[in-house]
Design a protein around this ligand. Structure first.
Ligand code: ADP
Ligand code: MN
Ligand code: MN
Length: 175
């Protein structure tokens, strides 16, 4: 039983699948707050340095969770991050895993100017369904939704679904 007055939604998936774009649009549409964890990590130094080899920060999961706990306490947040296994399960009412076919994901990652190493790492992550598995190990099956994110139409229908879901939650769980 939750004591939140608004839902918290996690949008996860391999880098490039459209988390930030989708979260931003959904947050506007549902009047929720968008929390981009990667950005928060940089802004508030919630990391233990930078890994040059992998071109990414060593995220400090404890610091991130301490920070997010305050932000998520009352609900009403859409959290966006390419991982999901270190957040407390109780935080989220819905976990969305975005998925993108290789043929679409590859050029998106190239457009970001990622190194070949980083592109390959992320392609493998998507092919091996790493984040889907991570979500299944971390949250109840019934709150996990997998959504295809390849076209603008996909994006629009995903935002639409999030809106409907959010309205339902408000009707059924408002305390
Ligand atoms: P993530 O936050 O998961 O890394 P982004 O939201 O930054 O991904 O999206 C990566 C790129 O792909 C952006 O240029 C975005 O406009 C584009 N994109 C994301 N999702 C879609 C989609 N469903 N259809 C078309 N383009 C998309
Ligand atoms: Mn992003
Ligand atoms: Mn866990």
């Amino acid at each position: 039983m939750t004591t939140r007055k608004l839902p918290n939604i996690l949008i996860t998936g391999t880098p490039g699948t459209g988390k930030t774009t989708t979260a931003e649009l959904a947050a506007d549409a549902c009047t929720l707050k968008h929390i981009e964890v990667g950005k928060l990590v940089k802004e508030l130094d919630l990391h233990d340095g930078y890994d040059k080899d992998f071109d990414s920060y060593y995220i400090n999961e404890d610091k991130v969770c301490d920070e997010l706990e305050l932000l998520l306490k009352d609900g009403g947040c859409i959290v966006d991050y390419h991982g999901c296994d270190f957040f407390p399960e109780r935080w989220f009412d819905l976990v969305v895993v975005l998925q993108t076919d290789n043929s679409v994901l590859y050029p998106r990652l190239q457009n970001r100017g990622y190194t070949d190493k980083k592109i390959n790492e992320n392609m493998e992550c998507e092919i091996m369904q790493v984040i889907v598995e991570e979500a299944r190990e971390s949250y109840k099956e019934e709150i996990i939704v997998m959504l295809k994110s390849e076209t603008v139409d996909d994006m629009e229908s995903n935002v639409e679904r999030l809106m409907e879901w959010c309205e339902n939650w408000k009707t059924n769980n408002f305390i």
